[in-house]
Design a protein around this ligand. Structure first.
Ligand code: PRP
Ligand code: URA
Length: 206
């Protein structure tokens, strides 16, 4: 299991304001965009490049461009939608797939209600979901993308709980997780502590 916690003063600053319960949805959405952009850059650190000859105004040089291997970003609806735009802004050829999962408020079990995915074989797949709590949603999403041909699927989260990380490792060993924070634990209602509350509700003002 490979868990990468984003270490950057700006990420810490943004996350503090996301956690703050007085932050309003409009600001929350902006902060979610900014932190997801930092995570998108970090999670794509190892994607392939190829060489390209160019001429600067002063001389020719061999430089690098991204290799033609379109990426796929897969938000887990609904909260994951708040993390998509950074990927589409910086990777113009990215494809977007959708997995709709909703946790039952009583049991915290995730129920699938939607799935629309492009071909995934041979592509880097980034499953984005701000909260990795019990891990149930992430495990289901990983299962679905693998059923659709993904062999390189990573998770990109904002706040993760140790329980969720362990669940992903149990059912999908070796999965890489990029997260802005690894929090303490879940409460009895399976919310992350200290966490930031219900991300979807705070993002959409519901
Ligand atoms: C939240 C969150 C994750 C899930 C994490 O979504 O966005 O998808 O819970 O919890 P888990 O790790 O225990 O599965 P939720 O089901 O509340 O739906 P929403 O995105 O529509 O708000
Ligand atoms: N989903 C959320 O939005 N927040 C949590 O703390 C757990 C699951």
């Amino acid at each position: 299991m490979s868990v990468h916690v984003l270490e950057h003063p700006l990420a810490a600053h943004i996350l503090t304001h996301l956690r703050d319960k007085t932050t309003k949805p409009a600001t929350f959405r902006t902060l979610a965009y900014q932190l997801s952009l930092l995570l998108a850059i970090e999670a794509t650190r190892d994607i392939e490049v190829e060489t390209k000859m160019i001429e600067t105004p002063l001389e020719p040089m061999e430089s690098h461009v991204l290799a033609h291997q379109p990426l796929v970003v897969v938000p887990i609806l609904r909260a994951g939608l708040g993390m998509v735009q950074p990927f589409t802004d910086i990777f113009p050829d990215v494809s977007v797939g959708y997995v709709g999962l909703e946790r039952d408020h009583e049991t915290a079990q995730a129920r699938s209600y939607y799935c629309k995915l492009p071909p995934l074989a041979g592509r880097h797949v980034f499953i984005v979901d701000p909260m990795l709590a019990t891990g149930g949603s992430a495990v289901q999403a990983l299962t679905v993308v693998k059923q659709h041909g993904a062999t390189d699927a990573r998770l990109v989260c904002i706040v993760s709980a140790p329980e969720g990380v362990a669940d992903v490792e149990k059912y999908h060993p070796g999965t890489t997780i990029h997260t802005a924070a690894l929090d303490r634990e879940l409460n009895v209602r399976k919310y992350i502590l200290p966490g930031l509350g219900d991300f979807g509700d705070r993002l959409y003002g519901t």
